[in-house]
Ligand binder design. Structure first.
Ligand code: HEM
Length: 515
């Protein structure tokens, strides 16, 4: 039986431990305020201030009203921290990336649809690290260049289609991006029209894109609903999840199996899959864990790379419709370099800074992810005297950063000249890629490939075509709407335009390149 003295000592030790824990909590949480936020209601806190659509602009206004570039909504225990300036985003997401690189777990998309394995949604852990290593191996600044030939070929296919069915330009852009990524990831040459792999990939990401938009599914707010049986009234989300999961599983497995079949037959497709199997496996397969991560990595290229690139290219077309003078200036640059006798090549980049500036401005003017993908903190931390609790959801407001008028004067104008100085890109103006692709350890690993795909497509389209307003039956020009569709990824509202080749000799250039 323990002695009284021992019991006293234990009680004293317990009291000291409790006091120390209390002091620690007090020091690290309650004593310091959260970053500023709107007034909090009892129980609900700021739950009613969380914005689903148009969030980036609403949070910027909220910050301006509160006089702070960092704000915090405390919604029933969930802390949502918005970083409205480049400085705050860099300080937290980059300089303190060891603790701001996790992702929140969204019940519908991560668990029920099962996409928690995909790189953009994966928790910050070993699978994520291995997958980033694979991405880096294939798509870093140097290696991404090996995919340039296929990007150029797909740009030529786009030119051919624009020549023959210009009114379907949005579908053609979608095909260009899908075909490039399927070719790059699995070495599958997509058919020019209605390719089954491109179609599969497009179908498969539709449901998850919808599910990633906050507020679409109640189960993300009340995860307990996931236990409802699928026949239960109101449990339609469970039936949706089964269908979405089936498509995602097909996307994960079918193109990979196609690539492996070809390798077993002795083919060596030149693609990310075979190169990764060479480095991380035995050339044809890898151990079960590595192969699982490898398949996830390849499918993540498609899941994360398509809608984002399609959105930027749609923005480019919209900007050309609205800014004929920008287009004319770009064509002067193109003609001065190529004499109008050939299509652009990647080595032209150095002598075509204005084309690069148009690409930069397309990323800035309507950023694809206006409110960046959420990062989650794995530890509590103090920033500028505010306490940011562990488990906070931290989003950089990329729209606010890219529309900061101190950096980009008259930010709502599409003006590539803002990046130019003395006929070259002005290194003093921050490149929009430094925010449009996110921050820190979670920064987009496909950014170099995206840059190349966008550049060659923009240069090729402007070399051959003039894009202008749609003309209606009465012969009047129709102004396109410039608003974006709702959703966490921003897409310009679909619009019509006129796309005409600049001359017969330009038509001939396309025909030569695609015959
Ligand atoms: C214009 C094109 C693109 C834009 C604007 C874009 C933008 C972004 C942004 C903002 C993020 C989130 C970064 C963060 O959390 O801080 C991201 C993540 C990601 N992007 Fe991109 N992206 C583009 C193209 C691509 C392409 C072509 C690929 C692949 C081939 C790709 C693969 C990924 C992946 C896998 C992630 C998740 C990274 C992680 O969570 O660790 N992206 N992208």
């Amino acid at each position: 039986m323990p002695s009284t003295a021992l019991l006293d000592a234990l009680a004293a030790a317990a009291a000291i431990a409790i006091l120390a824990a209390w002091l620690f909590r007090r020091q690290h949480s309650s004593r310091l305020p959260l970053p500023p936020g709107p007034p909090r209601l009892p129980i609900l806190g700021n739950a009613l201030d969380v914005v689903a659509n148009g969030a980036s602009q609403a949070y910027l206004k909220m910050g301006q009203k509160l006089g702070s570039d960092i704000i915090c909504l405390d919604a029933m225990g969930m802390h949502l921290v918005i970083l409205n300036s480049r400085e705050a985003a860099t300080d937290l997401l980059e300089k303190r990336s060891t603790i701001y690189s996790d992702r929140p777990w969204m019940t519908m998309i991560c668990e029920l649809i099962g996409l928690g394995w995909s790189l953009p949604l994966a928790p910050y852990g070993d699978d994520w690290k291995l997958s980033r290593k694979m991405f880096h191996h294939e798509l870093n600044l140097g290696t991404a260049e090996k995919f340039r030939d296929m990007e150029r070929t797909e740009a030529h296919v786009l030119l051919y289609k624009l020549l023959h069915r210009p009114e379907e330009f949005l579908g053609h852009i979608r095909h260009l991006v899908g075909a490039t990524i399927v070719r790059m990831a699995y070495g599958i040459d997509a058919q020019p029209e209605d390719d089954p792999y491109v179609r599969l990939a497009e179908d498969a990401i539709q449901g998850p894109s919808q599910a990633a938009t906050p507020g679409t599914y109640l189960v993300d707010t009340w995860p307990i609903l996931k236990h409802l049986p699928s026949w239960f009234p109101g449990a339609g989300f469970k039936r949706d999840a089964v269908e979405f999961r089936r498509l995602i599983d097909t996307l994960l497995n079918t193109p990979y199996e196609n690539m492996q079949d070809r390798m077993r037959k002795g083919e060596t497709p030149d693609c990310a899959a075979s190169s990764l199997l060479e480095v991380f496996g035995d050339g044809i397969s890898a151990d079960a864990n590595t192969e699982r991560v490898l398949k996830n990595t390849l499918a993540s290229m498609y899941i994360a790379g398509t809608d984002t690139s399609v959105s930027t290219l749609s923005t480019f077309f919209l900007a050309m419709v609205l800014n004929p003078e920008v287009q004319a200036k770009a064509q002067m640059e193109l003609d001065a370099v190529s004499g109008g006798h050939r299509l652009p090549v990647f080595t032209d980049q150095v002598s075509m800074p204005y084309i690069t500036a148009i690409m930069m401005e397309s990323l800035r003017w309507k950023p694809v992810v206006p409110l960046n993908l959420p990062h989650m903190s794995t530890e509590g931390g103090i920033y500028r005297g505010y306490y940011i609790p562990k488990g906070s959801i931290v989003c950089s407001n990329d729209w606010a950063i890219l529309h900061d008028e101190r950096v980009y004067p008259n930010p709502s104008a599409f003006d590539p000249d803002r990046f130019m100085k003395d006929g070259a890109i002005n290194a003093e103006v921050p490149h929009p890629e430094t925010a449009a692709f996110g921050f820190g350890r979670r920064i987009c690993p496909g950014r170099y490939m995206a840059h190349d795909m966008l550049w060659i497509t923009i240069a090729s389209v402007l070399a051959i075509f003039t894009i202008s307003k749609e003309v209606n039956d009465a012969g009047e020009e129709v102004m396109p709407e410039t608003c974006s569709l709702p959703g966490f990824l921003s897409h310009p509202k679909p619009f019509k335009c006129t796309i005409k080749p600049r001359s017969q000799s330009h038509v001939a250039l396309v025909e030569d390149a695609t015959n």
